[in-house]
Design a protein around this ligand. Structure first.
Ligand SMILES: Cc1ncc(COP(=O)(O)O)c(C=O)c1O
Length: 420
């Protein structure tokens, strides 16, 4: 028997941005989540609280500094629960995912030699491509895996053909921020490990939509832009983080994870990360179905899994409705997986074009009506080029989050139909 789909719409009351209205008193529709989701009040409170009670730097012999250190330790532990990381020491916070990836790609590059190979994909956000392409400067070969333009699934046969004994790292997205495809990470991890390569996973797009278990996935590193405040986070296997050289100033802490947390962190944002994870744990307590497995996990880890399963079920129902409705509008082409039976292979993020209007025209039309969507390539530039839409303005992207509702989807559809 499958669990009933929870109605998560009561959670909207926790998000002050969702109560904002235009001059006519109409609320805004936030379908721009893939670029960054809205935050609950508890995250805002935690960040404000940090400034009042803990605004200091690390390691001082006074109360605000000790509170600051506690904030940082709590966030490492919270993120470890979110990802099922074996230790909070495996979590590295940074400015954002792009900066963390550049930072670590430099360190990894120091371990490589000319002739070594790295594999990236055409489906990925450029933050998981350009940092690896930069290794070409040191004569590392960077190869690119293609995807099937019909359904935007990654071409695993092509990946298999690119893997060699020289492959040292495979960099792949957990899910595409353009067309929503969820990649089979476990399978890719096995393929990479079979030739002795590490697997780097960009999980930014997937993180708000489903449970993540880095141990089950079998990856070696994974990077996040955590939904909540604008903070980047990275998970890496402890022994690998220990082995990698870090670019750091001489007096800084040389131990993992601190050696990669360069300079003063966005500590108020990191206070917000813990609050965002605690918000999700509360969602799990309220809406989740306790699992019967006996895994040795913290209560919060169990609640987070429950939350993400509830969120995935709710979003899938909403997404199914949106795709069905979009398909009734003449002139629209949807990119990616559209068969409902395969929706567990995709996130609730859809990209489409319209034969009568450019993506920029559609986004502007919707924006004037308080509906926020992105157009263009959203930095997934290899994907838009491969789909042949880069020169015509890319695609319109609508990204659902668990705080969106069917009524909002209907507002989108009505507006699109009104465009003609
Ligand atoms: C899939 C994906 N990867 C990476 C990034 C880059 O993240 P950041 O802005 O934290 O550098 C984004 C940004 O939206 C993204 O969607």
């Amino acid at each position: 028997m499958t669990d009933p789909i929870p109605d998560l719409s009561p959670l909207r009351r926790h998000f002050p941005a969702l109560q904002e209205t235009d001059e006519q008193g109409q609320t805004y529709v936030y379908f721009d989540g893939p670029g960054g989701t809205q935050v609950p009040q508890s995250v805002i409170d935690a960040m404000a609280d940090y400034f009042v009670k803990a605004n200091s730097n690390k390691g001082g012999p006074f109360i605000t500094s000790r509170r600051n250190d506690k904030v940082l330790n709590q966030a490492h532990a919270a993120m470890a629960d979110f990802l099922n990381a074996p230790s909070p020491k495996e979590i590295v916070f940074g400015a954002n995912m792009t900066t963390l990836t550049y930072n670590l790609s430099r360190s990894i590059g120091k371990m490589l030699k000319p002739g070594d190979e790295v594999i990236v994909t055409r489906l990925d956000h450029d933050a998981n491509v350009s940092p690896w392409l930069a290794l070409e400067e040191q004569d590392i070969t960077v190869k690119m895996v293609d995807f099937d333009v019909e359904d935007c699934r990654l071409d695993l046969e092509h990946l298999a053909s690119l893997l060699t004994d020289q492959t040292k790292l495979v960099a792949v997205g957990y899910a595409s921020n353009a067309v929503g495809t969820i990649n089979p990470i476990r399978r890719i991890a096995t393929m990479a490990h079979n030739v002795g390569a590490w697997l780097w996973v960009d999980a930014v797009h997937y993180a708000p939509h489903g449970p993540i278990d880095v141990q089950h996935l079998g990856c070696d590193f994974s990077a996040y832009k955590f939904f909540g405040p604008h903070v980047g986070a990275l998970w890496g296997k402890f022994d690998l983080l220990e082995k990698l050289p870090a670019y750091q100033v001489r007096p800084a802490n040389p131990n993992v994870p601190y050696k990669f947390e360069t300079g003063t962190l966005n500590q108020e944002g990191i206070a917000g990360v813990t609050a965002a994870i605690d918000y999700l744990a509360e969602v799990g307590r309220q809406y989740g179905t306790p699992s019967t497995d006996q895994e040795a996990e913290t209560d919060r880890r169990q609640e987070l899994k429950q939350a993400m399963h509830a969120i995935a079920a709710y979003e899938r129902q909403l997404f199914t409705h949106m795709i069905e409705q979009l398909q009734t509008i003449p002139g629209i082409t949807i990119y990616g997986i559209t068969e409902p039976d395969a929706f567990d292979e995709r996130c609730p993020t859809v990209a489409f074009t319209h034969e009568g209007f450019t993506p920029a025209q559609i986004a502007a039309f919707l924006g004037e009506r308080g509906i926020f969507v992105w157009d263009g390539n959203y930095y997934a530039i290899n994907a838009t080029e491969r789909l042949g839409v880069e020169d015509s303005g890319g695609m319109v992207r609508v990204g659902l989050a668990h705080y969106n509702t069917q009524e909002e989807v209907n507002r989108l559809i009505t507006a699109l139909k009104a465009m003609g």
